[in-house]
Write a protein that binds this ligand. Structure first.
Ligand code: PA5
Length: 448
């Protein structure tokens, strides 16, 4: 029997009153109905809602088979994608294994991520890593037209053709894209690449539990069945719209109330460095889903105690614009006992024999109380164990909280119109055919 995660709201007492959360029940009911009856904005993108139950079991088996093949014939697995097309895979791998996965992996390939910037340095570095290694590539793009991954894919495909030849290149490229449309799908069909589908009704930032995330996660040797089982348990747990029995919905309510109180920044905090990329995944999920129409919380993140030595001063004593959401991992699967120093030079012998997790927990307790005293409230999400099941549960917790929170906020959580604006300007300035008028106007603004 797995222990579920829980939301602890005691450290927002004094900032948010219990009756304020209760007063949001009618809005929660409305959001829940819109989501489950598919009547709200963005209702074409709700495939993630029942994915843990309805996912394509055959494709999942194929993912496991292909992952085994890649593990056997590959030293360096390159995942090309940006935004929702890479963050989930990287976040899950780093949380379940380590941010140092590539230094520690033994029976699984190194996994690196490309095409998530427009940096020549970053791309050249990946190409340099390919030298002397058996390389396979998973290019992931739902639209199949995103510039950053497309440039990286060009470079890596070219590298493969030059080093292993056209035939072997075909075997070493795996494509995750739309089931029927897009440039990438066309290329994959023409070349005969092994292809996985991004479901039509699941947007990038909600796609970690589709082939988008699952193939790289499986290649890195993580337990994808455990992830799906945890997500399925969360799907069941968070089906009750009554906020007294639904931590996911209470989290959505609390953050909305804090926003209404002028806390425009939500700082996700973890005391485990392996959570850092999970915060990046969470930032995209909430930032892209809620940050629109002049609304939304700005999602930020920190790792404690590391960042208590850089951001701690601001959080304790600076502008009162933020609240924290701390994700506390109970059993990380690691133990370290602090040793005894006969000379006690650093004066820490009072800690000898204690596990490091004990010190980390006291750091949390001391910090959360100090920050409350300084005027920064904290929500606390308690995760009993670091394992695939609990992570799957958490991924679903955040996805559903994001959808409910977005509906409470009054936005469409499933579109991202603002992401297009920089792309249009960049294409115009690069001289892409069809953008001539915009180019002239933009160049005038830049040169005035
Ligand atoms: O959440 C989203 O939809 C976006 O962040 C996309 O994941 C990102 O822009 C990449 O898009 P694509 O997968 O089409 O290349």
């Amino acid at each position: 029997m797995q222990q579920p995660i829980t939301l602890d709201t005691r450290y927002i007492d004094g900032f948010v009153r219990a009756h304020e959360i209760a007063a949001l029940q009618p809005q929660v009911d409305a959001a829940h109905t819109m989501l489950h009856q598919k009547t709200g904005p963005g209702h074409d993108f709700l495939g993630w809602l029942t994915l843990p139950r309805d996912y394509d079991k055959e494709e999942c088996l194929r993912i496991k088979t292909v992952a085994k093949r890649i593990q056997a014939d590959t030293d360096l697995f390159i995942v090309i994608g940006i935004g929702g097309s890479y963050l989930g895979a990287r976040a899950v791998t780093e949380f379940l294994h380590s941010p140092n996965y590539n230094l520690l992996c033994k029976d699984t390939p190194r996994v690196v991520f490309a095409g998530n910037s427009i940096s020549a340095q970053a791309l050249n570095e990946i190409l340099a890593l390919c030298e002397g290694r058996r390389v396979s590539v998973n290019v992931i793009s739902k639209s199949g037209t995103t510039t950053e991954p497309a440039i990286a894919f060009r470079a890596l495909r070219d590298h493969l053709v030059k080093t292993v030849g056209a035939e072997e290149t075909r075997r070493r490229i795996y494509v995750t894209t739309d089931r029927v449309k897009g440039t990438l799908k066309g290329l994959a069909d023409r070349e005969g690449y092994e292809t996985f589908a991004v479901p039509d009704d699941i947007g990038g930032r909600f796609s970690v539990l589709t082939a988008v995330g699952l193939l790289p996660i499986a290649v890195a040797g993580c337990d994808i069945d455990g992830l799906m089982a945890g997500a399925a348990a969360a799907m069941e747990s968070f089906d009750n719209p009554d906020i007294h029995f639904n931590d996911c919905y209470r989290y959505a309510c609390a953050r909305n109330i804090l926003l209404r109180r002028g806390r425009a920044v939500e700082l996700m905090v973890s005391y485990e460095p392996c959570w850092a990329m999970m915060s990046e995944w969470w930032k995209q999920l909430f930032g892209e889903s809620e940050g629109k129409d002049g609304k939304g919380l700005y999602p930020a993140s920190a790792i404690f105690s590391t960042d208590l030595h850089s951001l701690g001063q601001f959080i304790q004593d600076g502008s009162r614009i933020l609240f924290e959401t701390a994700v506390l991992i109970g059993d990380t699967g690691d133990t370290f006992i602090i040793g005894n120093d006969p000379e006690d030079i650093d004066g820490l012998n009072f800690l000898a024999g204690k596990p490091l997790s004990y010190v980390n927990n006291k750091a949390f307790e001391g910090t959360v109380l100090a920050h409350a005293d300084g005027g920064t409230p904290s929500l606390v999400i308690r995760v009993p164990r670091r394992d695939a099941w609990h992570l799957g549960y958490l991924l679903y917790f955040f996805e559903k909280a994001c959808a409910i929170s977005g509906y409470i906020l009054g936005v469409n959580p499933f579109d991202q119109p603002g992401v297009e604006d920089y792309k249009r300007n960049m294409f115009a300035l690069l001289g892409k055919p069809g953008y001539e008028a915009e180019r002239a106007a933009l160049e005038k603004r830049l040169n005035d």
